[in-house]
Design a protein. Structure first.
Lengths: 400, 521
């Protein structure tokens, strides 16, 4: 299969937290809003005059200083981010907005603030923390709206003069939706026996949409979609199994690559930084204000394990099963960043439920932030692929 | 054998490898007779409990019930070296807590489908979390808010340091990562093992202290709802509890929880009863404040485990609902006043004044007693005792009925532990140094509960600030419920090493420096 025209370009962009498109957007006079959690409604960070960047720490090496501040018991994502911030790697950001999504992320950002790692020379720089709902009900929605108003819109307007009107929000949603529609259309090429795009390639494109100013990548995503229409698909035997990857924060390209190199095609990406449901377009009507509608859709689609009410908990596993069915998966890989509490529980229970109640083979793994070419992980995925093959040979009958 | 405080070598009472000590302490005739009479009262409480056949049946059904054989030993561990008012304070609260736990167990087994199976009683039971503020039960006098986790895990580990190990292992065998907090992990293990009583009209769960607690509840609620048919309401208390813009959300959660209980039990909220409980909450707050005020002086009175264990119970689990605790509050205050007037001390020498911060090791709750007796370090107060001091509305008026919803929300948000581990760095980091000043402390003992991510995440900043302020900061690592990770002696050694190598001091009682209590309850 021929390489995608812009793949190398996107891969290079993702090698740096402060990539060239961020610098370009800032030269255009736009405000860079950094954030870390999928529960932060992205369109509100992309109002006219602003653009969002979800923080990540590519090419992470030592996290020694962050480990001193956070100890080795916090997940490597939070430690890698803090280390990068201490190194000065996030100085490009004009503000940081973060919800109390999980304790570790909260502490990571608080350390960034208290250690004065960011904002040097930026007069209007600010940190904002927000409460986000833990349930999918009306009370939670009211909280979500109020928090977005107080901790996103108000500070952006006060510090940077950003237009936070309903019209501006709708304009931001339109741009957001364009990116989502393109990615979802590209993602459709993962379906079927002979997909025209690999999980790795798709992850590169999706990740770029989180880490780069959206308005600067739309043209290349459009070209990629066009290119896929005529791209020769993979041979039907190119991969030995199709899997849905489910889990927490995955911004490491090497992880998807490792899974696919081990014979499992990642046909659906249900993780933070993934497209399902992160790249669902936001449908607005004219009857209700845009802010409330955005919050409702983020709340309803949210798959974060911090949602604690029974309907949301059940819906999480049903969603994974529905994706597995829609994308024709043979199995499911539940992954958890080592030391992540929410996903430690979700992985445990999700793996049991998807296996026992929905009948899917499930592999449950934990992993470091930067996996590189872990032999242990490769062996586990390879063994999982083999087990799926054996089940297929046995006609789906479980042995023992 | 001596009447005077500090005259005995307390370490000599321990037997190598034994569960109990060699003999009881001689405290002088009057104190020894008092201690013995209280021991008889405890045995009476246990005997009364065991006399009911259903409770004997429960001893054989639930693995964790065996830990309750160690009740007298637990009290003895907390009374080590105590005399006079301090001994009486300890018994006043511990004996009451024992009585309360015995009633909790009795009620659980009465309604338990496997044991007493009293269906009518079970319809009046609302299950609550172990670590949950029970404010939403203050207006339901005819209902019983019962926690299954309190006796199965929380109290069990207080009684027997090894009590949770089986359940921790079980949760990990089920696929849970080993680095999560062992408290929700053990509670989950109990649920997986199907080792919790099954009863109740409904359950109120809460995102109590941490992400682990919240997620563990998700697994437990699945069993409750799908297998046991007990509907569950998840009460979401905001994490950023000091912010004004979360209070309405918190209040609505309380309204919804009350409506849920009314729906599933058929009972109606009783304002008269609520405000009576609210008055008792205020009494408890006033008493606690008075004790803390004394602890700022050179003559602290209600401190250490006397303060910690009682506050944990009275503040959250009781929350004004049980009148006996008001009597205990007043009695403790009276004893404290007496001792304060006489400028009494609980050890022969006070060398350091310490704030105990972080989450204490549950399998070694008498560590604070050891700290005082071995090194003369006075644990003036601890993080879990620094809870809400806000006075809540206690008069039944139309305005106060609305205010009461916000008061209950505030209490729920300010549950023990979470009021410090969540809510931003100010409540965990900044306020510690304010307390250090207020209490004129020269030392901070910082429990590092190693799998508590919210605490771990401030590790470096605690050190930086302590250095800036010139405070002696002593880290004491532990794994909350699991002494296999760091043993009791491992906990003690961290203090011993600091005191000898950094402070260059010798212990007050060298016999306590090394104790072979690995096998002990």
């Amino acid at each position: 299969m021929k390489d995608l025209k812009h793949l190398y370009y996107f891969e290079n962009l993702l090698q740096e937290a402060n990539n060239e498109l961020i610098r370009q957007a800032q030269e255009e006079g736009k405000v860079c809003v950094a954030y870390t959690c999928e529960n932060t409604p992205e369109p509100l960070l992309n109002l006219p005059g602003a653009f969002s960047v979800r923080l990540r720490a590519p090419r992470t090496g030592s996290v020694d200083i962050a480990t001193y501040y956070l100890t080795s018991f916090l997940c490597e994502y939070s430690r890698a981010l803090l280390e990068r911030a201490i190194e000065g790697g996030f100085n490009f950001a004009d503000c940081v907005i973060t919800p109390d999504g999980c304790s570790m992320m909260n502490r990571c950002i608080e350390n960034m603030e208290l250690l004065k790692t960011m904002g040097q020379g930026k007069e209007h720089f600010f940190f904002e923390y927000m409460e986000i709902p833990m349930k999918g009900d009306e009370n939670g929605l009211n909280l979500y709206v109020l928090q977005c108003r107080n901790h996103i819109l108000k500070p952006l307007a006060e510090h940077y003069g950003i237009d936070v009107s309903d019209a501006a929000i709708r304009q931001a949603v339109a741009q957001h939706n364009r990116v989502c529609e393109l990615l979802r259309a590209i993602g459709e090429y993962r379906k079927g026996d002979r997909p025209a795009i690999t999980g790795y390639e798709f992850h590169v494109l999706t990740l770029a949409s989180y880490a780069c100013p959206k308005h600067l990548i739309i043209d290349k995503l459009e070209e990629t979609l066009e290119e896929l229409k005529t791209r020769e698909p993979l041979d039907s035997g190119a991969f030995r199994a199709r899997v849905v990857l489910v889990g927490s924060e995955v911004d490491d390209l090497d992880f998807i690559k490792l899974v696919e190199d081990s014979g499992a095609f990642v046909c659906a990406d249900r993780f933070c930084y993934g497209s399902l449901p992160g790249r669902n377009p936001i449908v607005l009507n004219d009857e209700e204000d845009a802010l409330t509608q955005i919050c409702r859709q983020y709340q309803q689609r949210g798959q974060c394990p911090r949602y604690m009410d029974t309907p949301k908990m059940n819906a999480r596993r049903e969603y994974v099963a529905a994706l597995a069915k829609e994308y024709g998966a043979d199995g499911i890989i539940y992954d958890q960043m080592k030391f992540c509490d929410p996903w430690a529980y979700e992985k445990m229970l999700g793996a049991h439920i998807l296996r026992e109640e929905f009948g899917y083979p499930v592999l449950a793994v934990d992993r470091p932030y930067a996996i590189a070419s872990s032999g242990q992980m490769r062996t586990r995925v390879q063994a999982f692929v083999e087990s799926i093959e054996i089940k297929k040979l046995q006609g789906g009958v479980q042995n023992g | 054998m001596a009447k005077e405080i500090g005259a005995d070598r307390l370490g000599d009472f321990y037997k190598d490898g034994g569960k109990v000590r060699k003999r009881r302490e001689w405290r002088g005739l009057r104190d020894t007779m008092y201690d013995y009479s209280r021991w008889l009262v405890i045995m009476g409480t246990l005997a009364k409990f065991v006399m009911k056949p259903r409770n004997v049946k429960a001893m054989f059904r639930y693995r964790w019930m065996a830990n309750y054989l160690a009740v007298p030993m637990m009290v003895d561990r907390h009374t080590q070296g105590l005399r006079g008012e301090y001994l009486r304070m300890c018994h006043t609260e511990q004996d009451l807590i024992i009585d309360d736990v015995a009633k909790l167990l009795d009620n659980l087994f009465r309604g338990d489908r496997r044991i007493g199976n009293d269906r009518e009683f079970s319809k009046k039971v609302v299950l609550v979390d172990e670590n949950e503020m029970t404010a939403v039960m203050m207006g339901f006098p005819t209902l019983k808010g019962l926690s299954r986790e309190t006796p199965s895990t929380y109290v069990s580990v207080l009684l027997n340091q090894h009590a949770a190990e089986h359940y921790i292992d079980l949760a990990q065998q089920f696929g849970l990562a080993g680095d999560v907090c062992p408290m929700p992990e053990a509670e989950l293990g109990v649920s997986i093992d199907d080792d919790a009583p099954v009863l109740g009209a409904c359950a109120i769960q809460c995102n109590t202290t941490c992400d682990g607690s919240l997620l563990g509840n998700g697994v437990i609620s699945r069993r409750l709802e799908q297998e046991d048919g007990i509907p569950v309401f998840q009460l979401a208390a905001p994490l950023r509890h000091r912010e004004d813009d979360v209070q309405e959300y918190a209040a609505q959660e309380i309204r919804n929880a009350i409506a849920f209980i009314e729906k599933h039990t058929g009972e109606k909220w009783d304002w008269k009863h609520y405000f009576e409980c609210a008055r008792r909450v205020n009494v408890a707050t006033e008493c606690r404040q008075e004790w803390l005020e004394m602890n700022r002086t050179p003559y602290p009175q209600v401190f250490g485990s006397n303060l910690a264990l009682y506050t944990e119970t009275n503040y959250m689990a009781i929350c004004g609902k049980i009148p006996e605790f008001e009597k205990a509050d007043r009695k403790l205050t009276e004893l404290a006043r007496q001792a304060f007037a006489k400028k009494k001390m609980a050890a022969k020498e006070y060398r350091h004044r310490a704030i105990i911060w972080g989450v204490q090791s549950h399998y070694y709750m008498d560590f604070l007693v050891w700290l005082l007796n071995c090194w003369g370090i006075v644990p003036l107060t601890d993080m879990l005792s620094m809870v809400s001091t806000r006075r809540i509305a206690e008069e039944d008026t139309p305005e106060n009925r609305e205010q009461a919803i916000y008061d209950m929300a505030w209490l729920t948000e300010n549950m023990i532990m979470r009021n410090r581990t969540h809510g931003g760095y100010r409540v965990l980091l900044d306020e510690l140094w304010e307390f250090t000043q207020q209490f004129n402390a020269d030392m901070v003992i910082l429990w590092e509960h190693m799998s508590c991510k919210a605490l771990d995440g401030m590790h470096g900043l605690f050190e930086d600030r302590a250095r800036e302020l010139g405070i002696n900061l002593v880290w004491v690592s532990h794994d909350l419920f699991d002494p296999r990770i760091i043993s009791r002696q491992g906990v003690r050694d961290q203090i011993n090493n600091y005191m000898r190598s950094v402070m260059r001091e010798e212990p007050l009682d060298p016999s306590l420096e090394v104790l072979h209590d690995e096998e002990s309850w």
